[in-house]
Design a protein around this ligand. Structure first.
Ligand code: KMH
Ligand code: ZN
Length: 275
């Protein structure tokens, strides 16, 4: 069976230490978290950064410091966020691409996000896509709603590929967007090109375990972490991102699926290969 790529979204922009006391915030904490997750079986770290007071930022230097701390400890694939936090400008959000990470997230459409709106219109998506293409950064298409698949395919058709494969991340269960019902994931997976796609899925909050199990059943990859879910089981906080990684590794192993290490993930995603 194909190895399982586990992506850790360990920080995010919205989770606070008030709700998850073990949230990594400083560059050193982030580096240590990424290394622990890698030890536990993760291959990709979806990176957000925070100011010292814990508020989200897309500041280039703050990303650079966190990347240095991760790189000093582990070979995990770094995927910087270009989503940032609600209300940030496109220029603010684009800053980490200057550091040429191996991957970056790219949400291909506007979505309701709780009581707020995560804004990604056609011009913004095109600008982000072209910037990634020019920098050789592989986009991960973040999909919160079905039409966002069509938007991503339109980008590829209009501007050409940004890599030999399209990598998708189905983010299900954000209040205001698609829920994590298994039928939604089945529909989304059925809606991407069969050839030339790889995909992962994450369930927000209570959808974490159902989405993880559905993704495993469908042969996809898995994302998890404090950006998406702070609980290990109902009412019990996870003690670390690595704890959630270890659980997925255990479940997958029982089904005969081993975790991909970063180099195996690089091969599966064909990172570094020409488009
Ligand atoms: N913080 C959310 C508004 C991404 O990283 O690309 C968006 C987000 C997506 O986290
Ligand atoms: Zn994110």
């Amino acid at each position: 069976m194909e190895k399982l790529i586990i992506t850790v979204a360990g920080i995010g922009a919205e989770t606070t230490r008030d709700v998850q006391p073990n949230l990594p915030v400083t560059a050193t904490e982030i580096g240590a978290d990424a290394a622990r997750c890698r030890e536990a079986g993760a291959a990709v770290y979806h990176l957000h950064v925070r100011r010292p007071d814990g508020t989200p930022t897309q500041d280039r230097e703050t990303f650079s410091a966190a990347i240095d701390e991760i790189r000093a400890r582990t070979d995990i694939i770094i995927q910087t966020s270009t989503g940032g936090a609600m209300g940030m400008s496109a220029d603010e959000r684009l800053q980490p691409l200057e550091l040429k990470p191996e991957m970056a997230s790219l949400t291909t459409g506007t979505a309701n996000f709780g009581d707020e709106v995560f804004f990604n219109d056609a011009a913004l998506m095109a600008e982000f896509y072209l910037r990634m293409q020019a920098a050789g950064v592989r986009p991960e298409f973040e999909v919160f709603e079905a039409g966002q698949i069509d938007n991503a395919l339109r980008l590829v058709k209009r501007y050409g590929p940004a890599g030999p494969l399209m990598h998708w991340d189905f983010v299900l269960g954000v209040p205001g967007s698609m829920s994590g019902e298994p039928r939604n994931l089945v529909f989304l997976v059925d809606s991407i090109p069969k050839e030339g796609s790889t995909w992962t899925c994450t369930g927000i909050g209570r959808w974490h375990v159902p989405c993880m199990l559905t993704a495993l059943a469908l042969g996809g990859h898995v994302r998890l972490g404090f950006e998406d879910n702070v609980y290990f089981t109902r009412g019990i906080l996870a003690d670390s991102n690595a704890q959630m990684v270890a659980r997925v590794v255990e479940i997958a192993a029982r089904c005969g699926r081993d975790p991909a290490d970063p180099d195996a993930a690089r091969q599966l995603l064909r990172l570094g290969d020409a488009a």
